[in-house]
Design a protein around this ligand. Structure first.
Ligand code: GLP
Length: 254
């Protein structure tokens, strides 16, 4: 089965990319101030978060009525650990944007009884009325959230074993200061594709192969991002620098 991408927007990197992503989120908040949104971690969305925070400070938008979840975290880390994705999101977006605590539910990677945490998390998403928007980054191996190549596309929130490629990328990002956990916990692909809208952010040259896999238009479990091809409201925002590499069609999957 193959399907065309819903919308693919090319953007110059830096502030143009961040503004385009923020415009997308702002438009949703305008239509639905109480939107339920799942957020990614990583270098890619940092500009988006800075832009949203600046717009909130300038009273051009408000995220205070929206409800927020995150996509993933490392297993075993407290939400205050420097590597924790929960901490990252609180620091870079949720607190400076003025989102009240009661509108935030983040995965607890160190929960005692992680299976119960996973099902509680799914229940919280369902109780919020389901996700209006999932914002995604992209792993160099095509992962979304922490859904690694070969993931079960029917899975909901679950524990995952992180691939060597993913762990190596994260070691580089932390300058080796912390040991990268072997496991993560992630919203599953079925939870992601159940969202009413998806915004995929693709930036950085290392993403060319994964983006090319998506652009081939063929769902392939080796490239988890291709699970999004079946979604009816997918927007891909990609850095223009990736355009030639991702369109040549010569980038073969591993
Ligand atoms: C991690 C996260 C993903 C994120 C990816 C890309 O693996 N689990 O959710 O999308 O990194 O990160 P970056 O934006 O830093 O390239």
């Amino acid at each position: 089965m193959s399907a065309p991408l819903s919308t693919l927007l090319w953007c110059r990197g830096g502030s143009e990319f961040s503004r385009a992503a923020a415009d997308h989120v702002a438009a949703l908040l305008e239509r639905n101030p109480e939107a339920v949104i799942a957020l990614p971690t990583g270098q890619t969305p940092l500009g988006l978060y800075a832009e949203l925070v600046a717009r909130a400070a300038a009273k051009q938008l408000s995220a205070a009525q929206a409800r927020f979840f995150n996509l993933d975290d490392y297993l075993g880390l407290s939400v205050d650990h420097p590597l924790s994705y929960a901490r990252f999101l609180r620091e870079h977006f949720l607190m400076p944007a003025g989102v009240p605590k009661e509108h935030i539910r983040l995965l607890r990677g160190d929960a005692v009884g992680i299976e119960a945490e996973c099902s509680d998390y799914e229940a919280a998403i369902a109780a919020a009325g389901g996700l209006d928007l999932v914002i995604l980054g992209l792993g160099t191996n095509g992962h979304i959230g922490f859904n690694e190549p070969g993931s079960d596309w029917s899975a909901q929130t679950h524990v995952v074993s992180l691939s060597p490629e993913t762990r190596a990328a994260h070691v580089a990002q932390t300058q080796g200061e912390f040991a990268i956990p072997e496991y993560g916990v992630t919203v599953g692909i079925s939870t992601i594709v159940a969202a009413r809208e998806i915004l995929l952010l693709v930036a950085g040259g290392a993403k060319a192969r994964a983006l090319a896999a998506l652009r081939r238009g063929i769902p392939d479990p080796k490239w988890p991002v291709t699970a999004l091809l079946t979604h009816r409201n997918l927007t891909v925002l990609a850095e223009a620098e990736l355009q030639s590499a991702a369109t040549e069609g010569v980038i073969a999957p591993r």
